[in-house]
Design a protein. Structure first.
Length: 177
C-alpha cells in the first residue's frame, strides 16, 4: 500500500490542460442564443448521422454537449428524429450500407433544411475514398451547405461550421413555428 502511495506522490495527477482560448468563444456565444432565436424563433435542432465513420468525429460532436461547451445552453440541441431537425450533421464517408438511410433521413427532414458535412471523410472521402464499400463524400449524395474539414474537427470548429451554415441560410426565418 505504501509503495503505491509513494508512486502516486512521485507521479502527481496526470491530467490534460483545458483547451486554450475557451473564454473567447464563450464571450462570442453570449449573443449567439439571441441570434438563433432571431433566425429560427426557437432552438436549432440537429440530427447527427454517422454515415460510416471511425467514430472520431462522433466523439468531438459528443463533446459539444459536455459542460465545457454546453451548446444546449446556446440554443442548439440534438434530436433523435430527422422529422424534428433543422439540420443534418453528417460524419464519415457515405458507405453503401448507409446510402439509402442517409437519403431517407434527408427526405424526412423538413425543408428548408441544412446539411453540414463534418470531418475529412464526410468532406472528401478521406482515407476511405475509392474503397469498394464507399459511395464517396456526402456531397456526392446530398446538397451540402457547409463542410467542416479536419480529422477529426475540434468541437470549436464544429460549432463554427454549424453557425456558418445557420448564418448562410436566412430563409430559415420563414420556417418559424
Amino acid at each position: 500500500m505504501w509503495k503505491l502511495l509513494k508512486q502516486i506522490a512521485r507521479t502527481g495527477i496526470p491530467t490534460e490542460p483545458a483547451p486554450p482560448g475557451g473564454e473567447a468563444w464563450r464571450a462570442a456565444g453570449a449573443g449567439l442564443q439571441q441570434e438563433i432565436l432571431d433566425i429560427l424563433g426557437r432552438a436549432l435542432c440537429i440530427r447527427q448521422v454517422d454515415a460510416g465513420s471511425c467514430n472520431a468525429c462522433e466523439l468531438e460532436v459528443n463533446a459539444l454537449s459536455n459542460p465545457y461547451y454546453n451548446i444546449e445552453g446556446l440554443g442548439i440541441r440534438f434530436v433523435a428524429s430527422p422529422r424534428h431537425a433543422d439540420m443534418l450533421l453528417v460524419t464519415g464517408p457515405v458507405t453503401l450500407n448507409m446510402r439509402d438511410a442517409l437519403r431517407r433521413a434527408f427526405e424526412a427532414t423538413p425543408a428548408p433544411r441544412l446539411v453540414v458535412a463534418a470531418g475529412e471523410c464526410a468532406c472528401t472521402g478521406g482515407l476511405f475514398a475509392g474503397s469498394y464499400a464507399v459511395c464517396g463524400p456526402v456531397s456526392s449524395l446530398l446538397p451540402v451547405d457547409v463542410t467542416i474539414p479536419g480529422c477529426p474537427p475540434t468541437p470549436l470548429e464544429l460549432l463554427q461550421g454549424i453557425l456558418a451554415a445557420l448564418r448562410a441560410r436566412p430563409e430559415l426565418a420563414a420556417r418559424r413555428d
